[in-house]
Design a protein around this ligand. Structure first.
Ligand SMILES: [Cu+2]
Length: 230
């Protein structure tokens, strides 16, 4: 339950790294996103894109936040459970739904993966044109084997990716995703951004999907992205 859900509103809300006191509108925006399970630099980035006090622009019928033109989340180079290095570029021609997490996550990750699985079912034949990618923020515990078993539990088509600590950090920075270890007695859990990102078939980052969005909404948005390509 540490995926940002325990954050009290107040000084940490939005975790803006900008100087000065946040405006009430920015605080509200930050809180709305924190409630959706995100944090940190991403809030600042989305705030800058979407404007303070609004929940982002919804255009072209998309129900998730349209972040077309975002200059982050451009690519990654991470390793799949077979040991092959994978990049975002190789998924051109398919829409991509991507998120970060860890296999021992008690709440946010299982919910997100279960939703992605339902999205694939709702897409029917279109699911062949969608790739779901799960990137671990806990490479120390998430071995390739664990990652494979975990994603397979939800859908055998899902791809789990990992990097070493430096690659994980670099990827999170590129995606403006926040994560950190939170000690829990003798072990630890991870605190992490709970947003999903959707890419169009040309490999462009298009949508930030809230943790609370339901499968029907996400499937509808992916269908719109696929329709652009046909
Ligand atoms: Cu999680």
């Amino acid at each position: 339950m540490l995926d940002e859900h325990d954050d009290p509103p107040g000084p940490r809300a939005g975790r803006s790294r900008r100087g000065g006191a946040p405006s009430p509108a920015r605080r509200r925006f930050g809180r709305a996103l924190i409630a959706a399970g995100t944090a940190g630099a991403l809030v600042a980035a989305l705030g800058a894109l979407a404007g303070c006090g609004r929940e982002g622009t919804r255009t072209a019928g998309f129900r998730s936040m349209d972040i077309t033109g975002a200059e982050f989340g451009r690519d990654f180079a991470l390793v799949d459970p077979d040991g092959r290095t994978r990049t975002l570029a190789e998924f051109r021609g398919r829409a991509v739904l991507l998120f970060f997490g860890f296999t021992q996550c008690p709440d946010v990750c299982p919910t997100t993966l279960a939703r992605a699985s339902e999205v694939m079912q709702r897409l029917g034949a279109d699911a062949d044109r969608v790739q779901v990618i799960f990137i671990t923020v806990d490479p120390e515990r998430d071995t390739p084997e664990l990652l494979r078993e975990y994603t397979k539990t939800f859908d055998p088509r899902f791809l789990g990716l990992r990097g070493d600590l430096a690659a994980t950090e670099a990827t999170a920075r590129e995606f403006k995703v926040f994560y950190r270890k939170v000690p829990t007695g003798s072990t630890y859990t991870m605190d992490h951004t709970a947003l999903s990102f959707a890419y169009d078939t040309a490999g462009r980052l298009r949508l930030a999907v809230a943790h609370g969005a339901d499968a029907e909404q996400v499937a509808a948005d992916l269908k719109l992205l696929l329709a652009e390509a046909s």
